[in-house]
Every structure is written in structure tokens, then in C-alpha cells.
Design a protein around this ligand. Structure first.
Ligand SMILES: [Zn+2]
Length: 365
């Protein structure tokens, strides 16, 4: 993944390339943008460019070759989900005493360290920042830079304070990339020490034409629906599975219809029963809850006379019927309850039970 193959946000890409070219890249960069906009992908492209042994140019500015030994090693960090799962598994396999001391880190190249939020709390912990502090003192290989990437910059207090110390005086060969959807997750003192860059959502018409090139198997309606649902996030759009979404949405719609119109108790029961425990069931439940959220948001938009902005554009008549039956308070209440089920899910509570409770609660209007 080099700058040349990055999709969207050409100004931000160019800005990064120019800072590399003029050797004025900030030692700390706060890169903000919505989920799926490509923050992590861009951070990896930058790490490759700074360490590439066969440097290229793109539009007259520095770029990585994406093929040399360094580029290949760094690119192995791109599949972050798999790398984090491996690190978590490795930690699980340790003895209790060692497990407490082991930090989740992803390092596929000696000069590039990725510090993801540590599960299950999903916050960056002080032990991880201490690993960075140790690592940053060792100089990089010749002609290289040391890159530290926080894919989701949300810190425990102690970790944030430790990071602040690093940001006060980073070594000249080091760059810290703080990625976030939400800059207010970070202490103002951290934000003020970082150069700011932003990725914008890709406009809907541009997204549709990108999908026309890359997802030829989808018809125009499907492309329009996916562009609408993924809200300008190219990463999400390209990995979007309309089939999975439709399956989740079908179940979400059954819950919504059961609450707003007429519950079919046995069908509802069969449906919630099909959501099992385990990693796969957790993902499936997560997807169902997300679909339910988007439906509720659309219902709210329809009630406000803003149907133009709704995302599930292929089922608007049905959503309109639901919008006529439910109150704003009920939508708010249900959205809050979905949030509770989601946080229960993260704490590994019984899934089908919480879905049943949710469906039951939705029927009390
Ligand atoms: Zn290279």
C-alpha cells in the first residue's frame, strides 16, 4: 500500500508527501477522520515511504515501492485485526504471572511499532506506552525512521500522561502517528503538541463511481445503497458485504416491525435463538445491532421530514409505515437500550438473552 494506491483525500496525501520531501514531517501527527476513511492505511503508507529501500516518486513527490524487504515487512501490519488477534492469543497462552506483564503490540518491522487499544477494555495502557519509551531510545537502522502508530488513540489516564512526556522531547528520528475518529478523546495537552491532518469522507457520487470500477458485480441500485450506508468511508465500502448486511437488516426489521406493528412471537424467538455465543455469534449480534441503529436513524429522519437523507433507500415505504407508529421518545429509549446490549456484548454477557430482552422491551411502548 503506497501513496499512489491510496483512494481519496488527494490533498492530505500530498501534504504528507510534501512534508517528507522537505524533511519537515512533524514528530507527532494527529490524523482524524471517520471510521473506514483510511487513516491506518495512510499511516502504513507513510511508514513504508520513510523506510523504503527503493524509493519511488508519485506526482513528483516521495512514495514507497511497496515491494522491497522493508515495505513488505511493514505491509504485514496492514491486516491489523489478524495481527491483534494473534497477539491476544499469544498472551492467552502464557502463564498467569507473565500474562499480566504482556502488552499487546504489533511489530512486523524493527522500526515500526503499532500500539492498538488493549482488549477487553479497548484502551491504550501505560505498559504499552512504556514499551514505546523503551523502544524509542534505540536508534533506527541506517537511513530509516522510527514510526509509532496508535490506530485508535484512546488512552487510560496514566498512559496519556506517559505519552505526554515522550511528546515533550521526541528524538529527531521518531514520528508518532495518533489516529482518531474523535479528537476530543485526547487530552488537549496531547492535541496541542501534534500537527493536525484530516481525512474527509468521500462524496457520495465519487464513491458510486469508485464502486462502479471496483465492484462491477453490483448493479447501480446496490452501489447507491452501499455508498449511502458506508457514509464516504472507502475502506468500509470496499469490504462491505451487501448479503451479510441484508441478512442482519432482515432480522433487525423483524424486531422493529414486531415492536411497531404486530409482534410474531414465535418468529422472533426463532430469530433470537439463532444468535449463538462465540466469536461468530458476537459478530453477528454486533451486525444486527448496527443494522437496527441505521433503521432507527432512518425512521427518525422520516419523522423529521428528512427522508432524502435516509440510508436504507430501498425500503423507505416500509420504514415510513413504522415511522407513523412510533414516538420520538420510543426511538430514543430503544437506541439507548441497543447501546446497553452492545456494551454487555463487549463484556461477554449472554447474547441471545440480551437480544430477547431487547425485543421484549421494544414491544413496550
Ligand atoms: Zn520499498
Amino acid at each position: 500500500m503506497n501513496f499512489r494506491s491510496f483512494i481519496g483525500n488527494p490533498e492530505t496525501v500530498r501534504q504528507l508527501q510534501e512534508s517528507v520531501a522537505s524533511n519537515r514531517l512533524a514528530h507527532a501527527i494527529l490524523l482524524t477522520g471517520p471510521r473506514g476513511a483510511g487513516k491506518y492505511t495512510l499511516a502504513i503508507a507513510l511508514a513504508q515511504t520513510l523506510n523504503c529501500t527503493n524509493p519511488q516518486t508519485y506526482d513528483g513527490l516521495p512514495d514507497a515501492c511497496d515491494a522491497c524487504h522493508n515495505c513488505t515487512l511493514i505491509a504485514s501490519s496492514l491486516d491489523l485485526e489478524t495481527r491483534v488477534a494473534e497477539a491476544v492469543q499469544a498472551r492467552e497462552d502464557l502463564r498467569d504471572v507473565d500474562r499480566k506483564e504482556t502488552r499487546i503490540l504489533v511489530q512486523t518491522h524493527p522500526d515500526v511499532l503499532v500500539l492498538p487499544p488493549d482488549p477487553p477494555q479497548n484502551l491504550v495502557k501505560v505498559g504499552q506506552v512504556r514499551s514505546l519509551i523503551q523502544n524509542i531510545q534505540r536508534r533506527p537502522g541506517e537511513g530509516s525512521r522510527k514510526i509509532y502508530i496508535f490506530p485508535r488513540s484512546i488512552f487510560m489516564n496514566e498512559a496519556a500522561n506517559a505519552l505526554l512526556k515522550v511528546l515533550e522531547e521526541p528524538p529527531e528520528y521518531a514520528h508518532l502517528l495518533l489516529l482518531t475518529e474523535n479528537p476530543s478523546d485526547l487530552l488537549p495537552t496531547i492535541r496541542s503538541r501534534a500537527g493536525k491532518m484530516q481525512l474527509q469522507p468521500i462524496p457520495e457520487d465519487r464513491m458510486e463511481s469508485l464502486l462502479a470500477e471496483r465492484r462491477r458485480e453490483w448493479d447501480a441500485d446496490r452501489r447507491a445503497l452501499v455508498a449511502r450506508l458506508t457514509e464516504g468511508a472507502i475502506g468500509r465500502a470496499l469490504s462491505f458485504s451487501p448479503e451479510d448486511y441484508m441478512a442482519s437488516r432482515k432480522d433487525a426489521l423483524m424486531m422493529l416491525r414486531g415492536a411497531a406493528v404486530e409482534p410474531d412471537h414465535s418468529a422472533l424467538f426463532r430469530m433470537t435463538e439463532s444468535y449463538r455465543a462465540g466469536a461468530e455469534g458476537q459478530q453477528k449480534t454486533q451486525d444486527l445491532l448496527r443494522a437496527l441503529y441505521t433503521l432507527l436513524e432512518d425512521v427518525m429522519l422520516l419523522q423529521a421530514g428528512q427522508g432524502m437523507m435516509a440510508r436504507n433507500i430501498d425500503i423507505l415505504p416500509e420504514l415510513r409505515r413504522i415511522a407513523e407508529k412510533v414516538s420520538f421518545e420510543w426511538i430514543e429509549h430503544t437506541a439507548r437500550h441497543i447501546g446497553e446490549v452492545e456494551s454487555g456484548l463487549r463484556r461477554n454477557l449472554l447474547r441471545s438473552l440480551s437480544l430477547d430482552a431487547l425485543a421484549g422491551q421494544m414491544q413496550q411502548r
